[in-house]
Design a protein around this ligand. Structure first.
Ligand SMILES: Nc1nc2c(c(=O)[nH]1)N[C@H]1C(S)=C(S)[C@@H](COP(=O)(O)OP(=O)(O)OC[C@H]3O[C@@H](n4cnc5c(=O)[nH]c(N)nc54)[C@H](O)[C@@H]3O)O[C@H]1N2
Ligand SMILES: Nc1nc2c(c(=O)[nH]1)N[C@H]1C(S)=C(S)[C@@H](COP(=O)(O)OP(=O)(O)OC[C@H]3O[C@@H](n4cnc5c(=O)[nH]c(N)nc54)[C@H](O)[C@@H]3O)O[C@H]1N2
Ligand SMILES: [Mo]
Length: 561
């Protein structure tokens, strides 16, 4: 995020694009509510009428997978009506003319057949965002989980640049990242192509710095394999073993039936987790780790903020902290790795990464919150609340680069056999692969297998499906059972499943269609069909039987392990 979560409250316009805060991040949703109370305009662009849409000044139910067309049209209006910040554009940006050339043809009228949005509403949105004294953009997986995910992010950045909404408080481009520490995983270099602190192992000086600290001649200069390309590398025989740490691959990766084949082709699988998951049940070796309540460390929040967390309870059983397991494994492999505590690891990190250097354990003591970059160890440097101060950007010459591209349709096409869009999303009561929340009795009592498929009431009526009926959902890749959640809050022609369910597992339906830049799968667009089940008693019984079988299998595997 360029700016901070606390700043959301003090902006004059919150532009929410493909992000469902009240479900995914309730504490961010509170900030949005406070902004509304303080008089900010709220704009929501989402094909579903999400909670925040109810308090929005303007709610645009844009068509699934129309993001780039929508944003191009919005920027077209801003330019057409002269609402841009020309001074900012002239002084702090590049590539404006080429950008303008592409945007020119995307009028609200010419894009309506793609976005489904009335031209007058689109104009109103453009005016509201562009004329606000300060405006912030919040986005989420409704942007990233598309073939044009990277392009949409760049379009959103261009929108902020066009209106000068960067480099000051209460504005900015703000991807409100998913998990409590997904930002941290990236900050620490848990990516296939960077070192900690977003440094390049291909840069000779950086490479030498790390090699010296770790006592080796040189770091491998070749990038690794991105997670979503592992199945291909396995198929080609380039990967034979898979060490999975804190991921339930057989639940959360797309096209699970293909992934099951990948697991068969692998010679050796290690899983390091805190629960017996479907993935762990397939492992040759399980390394049981402590949970977040049983260890301490540092998280990075979505707005670059480091915060320490502390051990709350003593671990039970034969479990170790993740960092201890990694150290012992490295040592067993012939590279002696030893740390006495997490502070030693953190201090090593700080010594190697200039942007984290000043974020000491002392500053983060208690509820201390230090946002990177924080260069200086002295007490004056308390980190960076917002990026690009004085409109100086992280490119050579310090100018931001405009970007525009043409809208492209999603990778999968609807057909007579599979006429509905399936978009997969989150629900408030369960978390990702559900290993944690599914093992919590109170939460399971609120919602349980096989989960729900949200569908539009008119679509349901045409199919003869009633609210709470069990139904079959099929795609070219698989078929699963789910329970219909019928309402008018979802758009006609689309349905929505959450990816938490083990029996109603939507990833049997999704495809491994990747955005070429980020390698993120197009989880938000698959072609499916929904079929009514005549014998509901049989279906209820089927769900209970399958769920019991799965739980029994996981339990007995855990006992053997
Ligand atoms: N309770 C709970 N909270 C969670 C999680 C969880 O599993 N459970 N998961 C966490 C994780 S890992 C993440 S990444 C975050 C994600 O949090 P969010 O980004 O909120 O994720 P989603 O609900 O997947 O998608 C956001 C919205 O995108 C909309 N959308 C779908 N298609 C389009 C489109 O074409 N255009 C636009 N503009 N919008 C579209 C969907 O309707 C949805 O409301 O949540 C985190 N928080
Ligand atoms: N169809 C569809 N699929 C999706 C998505 C979608 O929108 N639609 N969203 C995608 C996104 S954004 C994400 S982030 C992924 C999330 O997918 P995953 O990363 O697979 O799911 P999580 O539930 O976050 O947790 C992974 C595992 O970490 C374990 N764990 C928890 N704490 C610890 C710990 O301290 N140490 C260790 N070693 N393990 C621990 C949990 O028990 C769990 O098994 O799913 C992706 N899959
Ligand atoms: Mo995520």
């Amino acid at each position: 995020m360029s700016n901070s979560i606390v700043e959301i409250e003090d902006t004059k316009c919150v532009f929410i694009f493909g992000y469902n805060a009240s479900t995914s991040h309730p504490i961010v949703a509170r900030r949005i509510n406070h902004a509304k109370q303080k008089g900010a305009k709220i704009i929501v662009c989402d094909p579903r009428k999400i909670e925040t849409a109810r308090i929005a000044d303007i709610y645009a139910p844009l068509a699934n997978a129309s993001n780039v067309a929508f944003l191009n049209a919005m920027m077209n209006v801003i330019l057409e009506e002269g609402l841009q910040d020309q001074k900012f554009i002239d002084e702090h940006t590049e590539n404006f003319d080429a950008f303008r050339e592409i945007i020119k043809s995307y009028t609200p009228e010419s894009t309506q057949h793609i976005t489904g949005i009335e031209p007058e509403m689109l104009r109103e949105i453009a005016r509201t965002y562009a004329t606000a004294e300060t405006a912030t953009i919040l986005w989420g997986m409704g942007v990233c989980q598309f073939r044009q995910g990277v392009e949409t992010v760049r379009a959103l950045a261009s929108l902020a640049m066009l209106t000068g909404n960067l480099g000051k408080p209460n504005v900015g481009v703000n991807p409100v990242r998913g998990q409590n520490n997904v930002q941290g995983a990236c900050d620490m270099g848990a990516l296939f192509n960077t070192l900690p602190g977003y440094q390049s192992f291909q840069d000779p000086e950086t490479n030498a710095k790390f090699a010296q600290a770790w006592g080796i001649p040189e770091l491998n200069k070749n990038p690794g394999v991105p997670l979503s390309e592992v199945p291909h590398a396995v198929k080609e025989g380039k990967i034979k073993a898979f060490y999975i740490m804190g991921e339930d691959t057989l639940q959360t990766e797309p096209d699970i039936n293909a992934m099951k084949q990948t697991f068969k082709d692998l010679e050796f699988i290690i899983v390091q987790d805190i629960f017996m998951t479907q993935t762990a049940a397939e492992a040759d070796v399980i390394l049981p780790a402590t949970s977040c309540a049983e260890h301490e460390g540092v998280y990075s929040a979505a707005d670059r903020g480091f915060q320490r967390f502390y051990k709350a309870v003593e671990p039970v059983g034969n479990v170790k902290d993740d960092w201890v397991i990694i150290s012992e494994l490295a040592t067993a492999l012939g590279y002696p790795m030893h740390y006495n505590n997490t502070k030693e690891i953190w201090d090593e990190l700080r010594s190697l990464c200039p942007i984290y250097k000043g974020a000491t354990y002392e500053k983060m003591e208690g509820l201390g919150y230090i946002q990177w970059p924080c260069y200086d160890e002295g007490p004056e440097d308390q980190g960076t609340q917002y990026l690009y101060k004085n409109q100086i950007f992280d490119r050579k010459g310090g100018k931001a680069e405009f970007f525009a591209c043409d809208w492209e349709p999603p990778m999968e096409e609807l057909s007579e056999e599979f006429p509905l869009v399936l978009s997969t999303v989150r629900e408030v009561g369960h978390y990702s692969c559900r290993s944690m929340t599914g093992n919590c009795r109170a939460l399971a009592a609120l919602a349980d297998e096989p989960g729900f498929v949200q569908m539009n009431d008119q679509d349901a009526k045409e199919l003869g499906i009633k609210n709470n009926d069990l139904v079959w959902i099929s795609s070219p890749r698989g078929k699963v059972i789910s329970r219909a959640d019928v309402s008018s809050r979802t758009n006609k022609g689309a349905c929505y499943m959450t990816y938490q369910w083990w029996i109603g597992k939507c990833n049997e339906l999704t495809a491994e269609h990747l955005n070429p830049g980020s390698r993120t799968p197009e989880y938000k667009y698959s072609a499916v069909r929904i079929d009514k089940i005549e014998d509901q008693n049989w279906a209820e019984h089927y769900v209970v039987t399958e769920y019991t079988k799965l739980k029994t299998r996981l339990k007995s595997t855990a006992l053997v392990a």
